[in-house]
Ligand binder design. Structure first.
Ligand code: NAD
Ligand code: DAU
Length: 335
């Protein structure tokens, strides 16, 4: 198979490319990524000489480029998006453009170039916010997005389903909970807190830290995407979760404990506007139909993640001081 991965220089996409090329030796991957602030070619520098991997710097909204690239593609796995909720609160323009219009351009290219199989990577946030005793989200939960980010992802999910119903495009969708693991940009809570502590800085907990997230190790998410691509039913959506619900305060205390730091390193700061209280996923459908379930237990995954950030200081220091932008400009210009 020749696969187009969009957003493959980001956190989950780069982990997906490594996962896939290691598992399916006969497949090749084209990675289309605009290298926004979140895209980092250092995540993929070990693949520079891999014959089965090609990088194209470009925007998923560029209709001409996208139509050119998909000509000999068998499968599109669509990760590219603006992904950070706080940024969408500050300015939602890029989110609507990349997440809604970008998805529309890819869907049209898939439709107009031989009905290319299309997997869309989405989020649990499209379902809104749960109260403490509500049942977890599942595939039948009504959409109720509450941030500009989740609204733009909801829009993209609806478009993907509309192309299935209207144009018979062979699509699947996954909605997944909060990922963590290597190469996550240090604006997201886990890498931000780990790298702050490594720099001896305090960790900013929003509000009282009572909001709950369900954490899944990035390889488990990508194994779920793999299972959907191989065994999922066309036109269907699958919820993926990590079985690891934690309040932000409990998460923070675990990180502090594993990094031998005290609670004096917590700084309570103003809450995120419209902060969703709780996300949780019921992944029974994926388990029953695909035989998928998360394998990495949260304590082990968090330890591995802390170890990765400890051993890859240059990676995140280059991001925090802006140097990684120079790295990819220099390396990209060689191609
Ligand atoms: P990320 O921000 O780390 O990476 C996004 C990548 O997309 C970057 O490499 C960026 O350069 C690229 N990109 C952005 N706009 C683009 C455009 N217009 N054209 C081409 N490339 C563009 O994000 P992530 O955390 O890896 O998330 C990947 C996908 O998974 C997103 O669709 C996100 O909504 C979804 N998701 C994320 C999580 C999570 O916890 N991080 C959970 C569920 C679903
Ligand atoms: O649920 C899946 C979603 O998870 C993905 O779709 C998004 O792309 C991804 O960014 C993530 O969204 P969250 O908003 O849940 O992730 P974030 O890491 O930004 O925040 C996690 C929780 O931690 C949230 O309740 C806000 C809180 N937080 C976050 C930051 C950055 C803090 O308390 N302090 C912080 O500094």
């Amino acid at each position: 198979m020749k696969i187009l991965v969009t957003g493959g220089a980001g956190f989950i996409g780069s982990n997906f490319i490594h996962y896939w090329l290691k598992k399916y030796l006969a497949d090749s991957i084209v990675n289309l990524d605009a290298l926004t602030y979140a895209g980092n070619l250092e995540n993929l520098c070990d693949l520079e000489n891999n014959q089965n991997y090609q990088f194209v710097k470009g925007d998923i909204c560029d209709t001409g480029l996208v139509n050119e690239i998909v000509k000999d593609i068998d499968l599109i796995v669509h990760f590219a998006a603006e992904s950070h909720v706080d940024r969408s609160i500050m300015d939602s323009g890029d989110f609507i453009r990349a997440n809604v219009e970008g998805t529309r351009v890819l869907l049209d290219a898939a439709k107009n170039n031989g009905q290319i199989r299309f997997h869309h990577v989405s989020t649990d946030e499209v379902f809104g916010s749960l109260r403490p005793n509500d049942k977890p989200f599942n595939e039948k939960t009504a959409y109720d997005p509450r941030s500009p980010y989740s609204a733009s992802k909801a829009g993209s999910d609806h478009l993907v389903r509309a192309y299935f119903h209207t144009h018979k495009l062979p699509i699947t969708i996954s909605n997944c909970s909060n990922n963590y693991g290597p190469c996550q940009f240090p604006e997201k809570v886990i890498p931000l807190f780990i790298t702050n502590l490594l720099e001896n800085k305090k960790v900013p907990v929003y509000g009282e830290g009572k909001n709950v997230r369900d954490w899944i190790y990035v390889d488990d998410h990508n194994a779920g995407v793999d299972a959907i691509i191989k065994k999922g039913k066309i036109g269907e959506t699958y919820c993926l979760g990590g079985d690891s619900e934690l309040t932000n305060l409990a998460l923070t205390k675990k990180i502090l404990e594993l990094m031998d730091q005290g609670e004096d390193m917590i700084e309570y700061v103003a809450d995120r506007p419209g902060h969703d209280l709780r996300y949780a996923m019921d992944y029974t459908k994926a388990k029953q139909e695909l035989g998928w379930e998360p394998k990495v237990n949260f304590a082990d995954g968090l330890l591995k993640t802390i170890a990765w950030y400890k051993h890859n200081k240059v990676w995140w220091q280059n991001i925090k001081n802006g140097k990684y932008l120079e790295y990819y400009k220099k390396n990209y210009s060689k191609r």
